[in-house]
Ligand binder design. Structure first.
Ligand SMILES: NC(=O)C1=CN([C@@H]2O[C@H](COP(=O)(O)OP(=O)(O)OC[C@H]3O[C@@H](n4cnc5c(N)ncnc54)[C@H](O)[C@@H]3O)[C@@H](O)[C@H]2O)C=CC1
Ligand SMILES: Nc1nc(O)c(N)c(N[C@@H]2O[C@H](COP(=O)(O)O)[C@@H](O)[C@H]2O)n1
Length: 236
């Protein structure tokens, strides 16, 4: 495992239903958070150096990942930062559409992380990413993005605090690699159901001896849901 000093502090913020789902079996975005929780997320975005999502989330939701409050953007600029944190997509096969909202909405740097095989086999698309405004490509891993290698490269880009906003496969990948420090999970007042609907952490799952343990830091009621903040025990 890489020492925490060689990578950013990494936390995941997600909203899930009371039955642990991130969205429906159709993988369509569901409004789980209310107004207050979305505002809390906006504040977290404004305080972070970078925001990351997986390609599954880009293809499903097409998020812009911008700071929504003008006041918060102005505060960032006054502090000598860009309006928006660096927006990062983990995209092993270079599938990010060139007309994705992340390229169209909001100012600031973007990073697309691809695998070596995508950089070689899909060179035209990867070159096109590099030509998009304020966009850099990082290559990490052979056929799939190596998340540890990526984290070290992101630290070298000056990212000390990284917020991950899903989805299910990326959450599991990062947690199972042992590089997530904290989870902020808003549990909303709804049941989504469905055995194929994405859960907070999908992937292969842990065998019993490798189950990841957490320490509860706080539980806060927000509107009709609850925000749980956990520290991840990575030393086990
Ligand atoms: N409620 C919420 O807070 C959120 C919900 N969502 C929902 O989650 C769903 C998308 O989740 P997923 O389909 O799981 O996609 P995802 O966003 O987790 O992206 C998965 C992709 O990440 C890439 N990846 C590269 N290297 C990886 C590695 N080493 N480990 C894991 N992934 C790696 C792969 O290309 C993989 O296909 C959508 O339905 C979306 O609406 C997404 C974000 C937040
Ligand atoms: N915090 C939170 N609550 C929900 O109810 C959600 N559905 C999500 N989804 C995440 O928000 C992203 C949208 O970002 P933009 O508004 O486009 O900037 C979406 O892609 C998910 O990451 N989050």
């Amino acid at each position: 495992m890489i020492p925490p000093t060689k990578r950013p502090y990494i936390f995941i913020n997600s909203a899930m239903s009371a039955d642990g789902k991130l969205s429906t079996f159709e993988r369509k975005q569901v409004k789980i958070s209310g107004k207050m929780d979305f505002d809390r997320v906006d504040e977290l975005r404004a305080e972070t150096d970078a925001i990351m999502v997986g390609i599954g989330t880009v293809l499903a939701d097409d998020p812009s990942l911008t700071v929504k409050s003008e006041e918060r953007r102005e505060k960032r600029v006054a502090a000598g930062k860009e309006e928006n944190p660096i927006r990062i997509i983990v995209d092993s096969k270079a599938r990010t559409p060139l007309d994705a909202d992340i390229f169209k909405k909001g100012k600031g740097r973007k990073i697309i992380v691809v695998s070596k095989s995508a950089a070689a086999e899909n060179k035209e698309k990867v070159d096109a990413f590099s030509k998009m405004p304020e966009t850099k490509v990082i290559v990490a891993g052979i056929d799939r993005v190596n998340l540890e290698e990526m984290a070290v490269q992101l630290k070298n880009e000056g990212i000390d605090r990284l917020m991950v906003e899903g989805g299910a496969a990326l959450n599991y990948g990062l947690i199972s690699t042992g590089i997530v420090d904290e989870l902020k999970i808003f549990v909303g007042n709804l049941i989504i159901g469905g055995k194929t609907a994405p859960t907070f952490a999908d992937g292969d799952g842990f065998s019993e001896e490798k189950i990841k343990r957490l320490t509860l830091e706080s539980a806060e009621k927000i509107e009709d849901g609850i925000l749980l903040t956990w520290k991840v025990k990575n030393e086990d």
